[in-house]
Every structure is written in structure tokens, then in C-alpha cells.
Design a binder for this molecule. Structure first.
Ligand code: CAA
Length: 282
């Protein structure tokens, strides 16, 4: 496999394009407007510079990586030659369903269609296509060039050969793939989000302050970031959306989002991307 298309050039999309291009794949990076694509290429360039600075990548490999990425503002043009499409658009069900309808229409018949969704059902996404056996979850972690995991999610109809192919491609990217089944939150967020929610409840109920909660988890449990800092990094709107998927899909009150999280999202305090969350990022 040589041709990959990535839909969406935000934090996850540009990281996914970076990693595929760095490992020799020709990448078509697709977004709705050219300024977003130019910004993504700038981010990829900066992240490649970090790797050059620490000696894990040569300047020639950096230039070759950038040279393997072509940008497109149309799905139809961008996926024409794709053998694999990885969708990393905004975490919105209706948007993803429309993208997969378009992909099914424009991508070659044999192409595998993967989604980087953090919690939307792969089975539901696959159902809008005529190739349910070739639709799969390929859930990368942020920052994509650094984090080793790919959570590979099998939808209800995903075939064994397609799953095996995605496991193999993930290994070619230097990642460790882990196969899981399609239930709300999969594994990563089914475990991560209740921890983040509990940290927010601890703050809400006055058990401790922001820095104290994060220090306990960082130094006591050897987490690289405390749960409140991690929530700011992921985006509080994304955390809330995932908790709602868990709450609705599993029907257990233990997943109910903390009212403080709901209020912060309504107030537009979304974490590092909005400048304010549990911490100030300005
Ligand atoms: N691209 C390339 N390299 C990067 C990078 C990027 N975007 N971001 C960081 N790095 C590299 C740095 O160059 C540095 O490399 P060396 O150690 O080899 O010098 C290394 O990563 C560490 O970076 P920093 O020194 O700048 O900072 P740090 O030590 O605080 O690490 C971190 C940053 C890797 C993000 C670390 O804090 C961490 O692991 N945080 C937790 C991340 C996490 O849990 N991610 C999962 C979020 S959940 C998710 O993504 C899925 C979901 O569905 C919600």
C-alpha cells in the first residue's frame, strides 16, 4: 500500500498525515479550505523540526516527508487513488456520516475506510456505506507523532483481512496496534474519561484544587500529565461529548458528566484551544 488520504487537517489529521508521510506513504491531506491546509503543513514542519533537533530524523528525511504530502480541498479529487482513507474530521456524528457517504462514492471500491473517531460507533458509520466489511476504527492518540498506541476498532461487519491489514499498517508506522470491539468509548476512552470526570468531581466537591489533583496523579501514579491538564489538552468539549456517548450508550449513571464540566463547556472554556480551561493557556 502506498496511497493514503487523510480527511481533516486539525490536530489529529495533521499528526496522522505526518506519521504516514514519514513512513514512506504518499499522503493526500484533505480539508475544506486552503488556509487550514497551509496551517497544517506549517505544524507538520515544526513537529518534524523537533525530531531533526533531537537527532531522530535527518534534514533530508524531513524534506522527503513534506514532499510526500499533497493537499486537496475536495474529497472527490483527494481520495481518487487512495488505498486507505483515514477520516479525522470534527467529532460530529452527522458530519462523519456525510463524509463516509462521500468516501464510499468517490474512493476506489477496494479502499479501506478508517475513522479516527474517539467514540462514535464504527458500526453506525459503516452502515451508511456499501462496504461495511472495509470500514474500521483507527484511533490514534494525541500527539500522534509521539504516542505509540493505535486502538484498532472492529465494527460489527469489519472483516478479518481488513483488520489484519490495519494492524500491519499500524506496525509499519512504528505504532503498537491493539484490537478492540465496537462498544461505546471503545477501551481508551471508556477508562480514561471516567478518570477525568472523577477528577472534575473532586474539584467540584471541593476535595482539592486543580494543581493538587494533578500533582497527586502525576507524582503518585506516574502519569505524564494530571487529569485536569490532560482534559484541557484533549478539549473539554471533546471530553463532554465522549462522556455523553458513554452515558447514553451504556446507560449507567456512573458516566454522567460532572455539572462543572457541562458549565465550563457552555461558558466556552474549552481548554488550551480556547485559552482557558482548568488552567490559563494565554
Ligand atoms: N510532534 C513531534 N514530537 C513531539 C510532539 C509533536 N506534536 N509533541 C511532543 N513531542 C516530543 C518532544 O520533541 C519530546 O521529544 P524527546 O523526549 O525525544 O526530546 C517529547 O515529545 C516530549 O515532549 P516535551 O518535552 O515537549 O514535553 P513533555 O515531556 O511534557 O511531553 C507529552 C509532552 C508527550 C504530550 C506528554 O505530556 C504526554 O505524554 N502527555 C499525555 C498525552 C496523552 O495522554 N495523550 C492521549 C490523550 S487522549 C487521546 O488522544 C485520545 C482521545 O480520544 C481523547
Amino acid at each position: 500500500m502506498t496511497n493514503v488520504a487523510v480527511i481533516g487537517s486539525g490536530t489529529m489529521g495533521n499528526g496522522i498525515a505526518h506519521v504516514f508521510a514519514q513512513h514512506g506513504f504518499a499522503v493526500a491531506l484533505i480539508d475544506i479550505n486552503q488556509p487550514a491546509l497551509d496551517k497544517a503543513l506549517g505544524t507538520i514542519g515544526k513537529n518534524l523540526d523537533r525530531q531533526v533537533a533531537k537527532g531522530s530524523l535527518s534534514e533530508a528525511d524531513k524534506l522527503a516527508t513534506i514532499g510526500r504530502i499533497t493537499t486537496f480541498t475536495s474529497i472527490a479529487d483527494g481520495v481518487r487513488k487512495a488505498e486507505l482513507v483515514v477520516e479525522a474530521a470534527t467529532e460530529n456524528v452527522d458530519l462523519k456520516l456525510q463524509i463516509f457517504r462521500d468516501l464510499d462514492q468517490h474512493a476506489p471500491q477496494e479502499a479501506i475506510l478508517a475513522s479516527n473517531t474517539s467514540s462514535i460507533s464504527i458500526t453506525k458509520i459503516a452502515a451508511v456505506t456499501k462496504r461495511t466489511d472495509k470500514v474500521i476504527g483507527m484511533h490514534f492518540m494525541n500527539p500522534v507523532p509521539v504516542m505509540k498506541l493505535v486502538e484498532v476498532i472492529r465494527g460489527y461487519a469489519t472483516s478479518d483481512p481488513v483488520t489484519a491489514r490495519i494492524m500491519e499498517i499500524s506496525r509499519q508506522l512504528g505504532k503498537t496496534p491493539t484490537e478492540v470491539n465496537d462498544y461505546p468509548g471503545f477501551v481508551a476512552n471508556r477508562i480514561l474519561m471516567p478518570m477525568i470526570n472523577e477528577a472534575i468531581y473532586s474539584l467540584f466537591e471541593g476535595v482539592a484544587g486543580v494543581e493538587e489533583i494533578d500533582t497527586v496523579m502525576k507524582l503518585g501514579m506516574a502519569h505524564p500529565m494530571g487529569p485536569l491538564q490532560l482534559a484541557d489538552f484533549i478539549g473539554l468539549d471533546v471530553c463532554l461529548a465522549i462522556l455523553r456517548v458513554l452515558h447514553d450508550g451504556l446507560g449507567n449513571p456512573k458516566y454522567a458528566p460532572c455539572p462543572l464540566l457541562v458549565n465550563m463547556v457552555m461558558a466556552g472554556r474549552l481548554g488550551s484551544k480556547s485559552g482557558e480551561g482548568f488552567y490559563s493557556w494565554t
